[in-house]
Design a protein around this ligand. Structure first.
Ligand code: UT7
Length: 337
């Protein structure tokens, strides 16, 4: 047992991840492809971000299509009938529509008619926020099974004329089934934070009530992501370190106690910086940004699914997850797998 606090997981209702799934579009965009579109180079993109390629969802498909595929895989892995779900939470900044929520569309696709459904918008921290919300419903006894999905179709809100952002983002989905369990494992602690003073650092200005769609908003390219990359970079390094430090300190744990540190995939330089500072070996800090780019709220559930299906993540492993993003938001989750 790695800490006294973990002992308290015994003999109470715990929240475990009971099944995972992921879905990616088939369409690959390489750095070479981007060289044809904007003034950039494979060398710049790889050295500044670590990204080599990303996925782009086929026309005619939308967030719910990816979410459905990832969810069906997670439900199958959990051996759970969709009718046993009590709640569906979809974390996304690229819903199918402003209203209704993508989670409602997903509920209908899955036939999960006993589940409430809501979307959650917390930028790239969406998955951590959604897991935290789901955990509260299980802890309170209100729900036994919750589907949490992180899904993004960021290529639809990417400005393909802005080299500062278009090289970064990709599409994808990851899903997990959260279940109530009396096993001695599950979510140990969590932390969700925000600082709205940084809202303008990462923003899609058009399409909401502040700037409804108009010919003018379209001509200003206001429906695409605008980002101050430098500021977000500095913020990210700071909050990831602080969040992790706080979560570990609370549980009297050290970074070396971790079997996995799953970080939001926004830039390989951020991931490597944290990994080296904490002196963690590469195999404990999974990377998918090289193949998938930044898929926002989907980066962490995709990484979990990949580690699990590759046979590297085992029952009892201590796993920390930390994310940051638009809002500004950030947060972390500690769990015993
Ligand atoms: O998911 C959460 C949200 N996003 C993030 O976490 C992103 C965090 N930020 C970052 O990852 C980095 O800041 C970026 C990858 C976005 C940018 O890297 P950087 O090292 O901060 O570059 P920079 O913005 O300071 O730009 C350096 C130079 C500039 O040229 P000058 O002014 O020095 O002549 C840019 O115009 O690189 C230029 N540049 C590019 N050059 C080639 C910017 N984008 C590109 C590009 N190709 N794609």
């Amino acid at each position: 047992m790695k800490s006294g606090r973990l002992q308290t997981l015994i003999n109470q209702v715990n929240t475990i991840i009971n099944g995972t799934g992921m879905a990616l579009p088939l369409n690959v965009i390489t750095n070479k492809d981007l060289e044809e579109m904007v003034e950039t180079s494979d060398e710049w993109i790889v050295s500044r971000t670590g990204i080599r390629e990303r996925r782009k969802l086929e026309e005619g498909m939308s967030a719910v299509d990816l979410a459905e595929r990832a969810s069906l895989e997670a439900l199958k892995a959990a051996s759970l009938d969709p009718l046993a779900l009590n709640l569906i939470i979809v974390a996304t900044v690229t819903p199918d529509y402003p209203t209704p929520a993508t989670s409602c569309l997903l509920q209908a696709r899955l036939g999960a008619f006993n589940a409430g459904a809501m979307d959650l918008s917390a930028g790239c921290t969406g998955f951590i926020y959604a897991m935290t919300v789901g955990h509260q419903f299980i802890q309170s006894g209100v729900c036994r099974n919750i589907l949490v999905v992180g899904v993004e179709v960021l290529t639809r809100i990417t400005d393909w004329e802005d080299r500062g952002t278009c090289v970064l983002f990709g599409d994808g989905a990851g899903a997990v089934v959260l279940s109530a369990s009396d096993e001695d494992r599950g979510i140990i602690s969590h932390s969700i934070k925000a600082d709205g003073r940084g809202a303008e650092l990462l923003l899609v200005p058009g399409g909401g009530s502040a700037m409804p769609a108009s010919l003018e908003s379209i001509s200003k390219r206001a429906h695409y992501i605008k980002m101050n990359g430098n500021e977000i970079f500095k913020f990210a390094v700071r909050v990831v370190e602080d969040t992790l430090e706080e979560m570990l300190r609370k549980e009297k744990l050290k970074p070396s106690d971790l079997d996995f540190l799953i970080l939001h995939q926004a830039n390989l330089r951020i991931i490597e910086h944290i990994r080296k500072r904490l002196k963690l070996p590469r195999e404990k800090v999974p990377v998918n940004i090289d193949r998938l780019g930044n898929t926002s709220s989907a980066t962490i559930p995709i990484a979990i699914h990949e580690e699990l299906t590759a046979g590297r993540l085992h029952k009892g492993d201590l796993v920390a997850m930390v994310a940051f993003g638009a809002g500004l938001t950030w947060g972390g989750l500690l769990m015993k797998w």
